[in-house]
Design a protein around this ligand. Sequence first.
Ligand code: NAP
Length: 213
Amino acid sequence: MKVLIIGAHGKVGHLLIGELQSRNIDFVAGLRSQEQIKAYNDNNIETQFIDLTASLDSIKDSIEASGADVIVFSAGAGGAGYDRTLEIDLDGAIKTMMVAEAIGIKRYIMVSSIFSDNRSKWDASGIKPYMIAKHYADDHLRGTNLDYTIIHPGALTDEDGTGKVKLLGSNESGSIPRVDVARALAEIIQNPTTIGKEYTFASGDQATEDVFR
Ligand code: NAP
């Protein structure tokens, strides 16, 4: 198994690298600048240039060259504006799904968001265009032939992890340290029983390894 982390320079992506290293899982970091590539290579991390705004062909070449058989999508436009949200969180994500299907990478794990499937929460969220982008990216993924898992974590924090989570109902909210999201991703990567499943969660009192299966 070889995992391609799209968004490996992000906060969750960075923490996922640590999780995969500690579990001896092979991976390649998908990065969007030569400076990032140099810095990661200097730390003996295998890298692949991936810019989600690039053409489909170019993204295909990059993903193919990574040699990965698992994709984790943890990229996002962040605060770069809603036009970028459309381009990265929605179209960028879908381009990677199209490539995965075209070149036969079956396993695809999406970092989505809490409430991406609950329209009644979008107006009050203050980030409605982001919710819409996540919603339709998830929806596209469900319609592919990929072996997908979608996670919907609550608000992300940079606090220390607890390794404990709880599953949330569709109207419940919560927050979770990014490191616990990275841990959840590592569990999901290792557990094929998570294929076809979605998890909405926040910090709680159940061990991560008992939940993501
Ligand atoms: P982050 O630190 O902002 O990381 C996002 C990554 O996406 C960055 O590494 C960024 O690259 C990369 N990216 C941006 N544009 C790109 C492009 N054109 N091509 C390739 N990569 C690009 O986000 P995070 O905190 O780790 O969050 C990870 C995921 O969780 C995101 O998908 C986010 O939507 C989701 N999420 C967030 C929350 C929350 O409360 N914030 C809640 C639920 C889910 P650079 O480092 O070069 O900028």
